[in-house]
Design a protein around this ligand. Sequence first.
Ligand code: ZN
Length: 250
Amino acid sequence: MIDTHCHLLYKGLKEKHGEIIEDAKKSMKAIINCGYPGDVEKSLELKRDHDGFIYLSLGLHPIDIVKMSDQEIDEYIDLVRTHKDDIVAIGEIGLDKHWYPKPEQQLRLERVFQQMLDLAKELQLPVILHTRKAEQECFDIVRENGFKDVVFHCYAGNMTLAKDIKEEGYYISIGTNLMRSKNTKKLAQRFPLEQLLTETDSPFLSPYPKKINVPQNVGYVLERMSELRGLPVEEIDKVIEKNCEKLFGI
Ligand SMILES: [Zn+2]
C-alpha cells in the first residue's frame, strides 16, 4: 500500500506523526509526504529518519503563493533546487478557482505555476497537480508544456476531461473521499488501473466521521476499489505499486 499524497507535518498529524508512521510501517510500503515552504527542513528530516519508507515531494500550493512575495517564491524555488536529490516529485502545484476566482489572482497563480513547471522540467521530475475548479486549465497548461509524468490529485473534474487525461497517459490519484463523489467513484471503477494511484491527503478528507485522516487509510481506498472493480485488493495494490515505481522510482 502506498499513500502518494499526504501532509505529515500539517496540524492534526504533526503532533503525533511518530506514532502514526510506526503504525503505518506495519501495513504500508511507502508514503509520499507533500511538503510546502514552511516545512522543508522538517520534511527533509522526516525523510532521512525513515529512509526508504517516507519519500518527499515539494510543492507550492496556491494557498501558499498568495501569502508570499515574488522574491520569496524565487528563494523557495532555489531551495527546492538544492534538494533535488531528496525529492521524487514537484507538487502539489496548480490552480485553485474555488478560493481564488478573481482574474488578477489567477494571473499570478498561473505565472507561479509555470515557474514550478519549469523547475520540474529542469529537474526532470513528475508533477502532482492541485486543480480545484481549474481542471481544464491545468490540463491545458501541462499538455502545452509537453509534460508526460503528471498526477491529478483529488481529481473532481468531469468525465470528458478524464478521457483526455487517460489519452495523454496521465495519472489520476484516488483519495479517501472517493465514495462521496459520483465521478471519483466512476473513475475508481473504470479508469485504467495502470494510470491510477492511491492517496489520503491526510490529515484532510477522512473517510471516517470526526476523525483525522492518516496514511494507513489508503487501505480504505483499495478496499472500495476492490469492491467497485470486482478484483482482489492484492491485485489492485500490486498494479498501483508498480505505477508508483514507474512514475516516482519508489
Ligand atoms: Zn494535499
